[in-house]
Design a binder for this molecule. Structure first.
Ligand code: FES
Length: 108
């Protein structure tokens, strides 16, 4: 279990550190309704963390993930950069599932 979906306000994100076979990874989980989308917390432009401050990953309208460093905008569902210096690049997906309101990694 990573967290409860209700721990994340709808349209917001949460940053977490998770243990994988390759070691610790910083990830983000973005909630959209009853769905959760997860990516490594690393911008493909300069490989820095995306959040503005803890758990602040979204643009003002909560329509896209936005990098705090140079403002790249990413599609929530696909992680594809739709505007900014890494246009067309993708966030690295991290596999999660939601079951009964709880977010799990696919590794569990
Ligand atoms: S580091 Fe994210 S847009 Fe430059």
């Amino acid at each position: 279990m990573i967290c409860r979906l209700d721990d994340i306000p709808d349209g917001e994100g949460k940053g977490l550190t998770v243990q994988t076979k390759a070691g610790e990874r910083e990830i983000m989980i973005i909630r959209k309704g009853e769905q959760a989308f997860s990516y490594l917390n690393s911008c493909p432009h300069a490989w820095v963390q995306l959040d503005w401050s803890p758990d602040r990953f979204m643009n003002r309208d909560k329509t896209h993930i936005m990098c705090a460093t140079h403002g790249a905008m990413f599609d929530i569902e696909t992680g594809r950069c739709i505007a900014g210096p890494c246009l067309g690049d993708h966030l690295m997906p991290f596999p999660v599932t939601v079951k009964d309101g709880t977010v799990f990694t696919a590794l569990e």
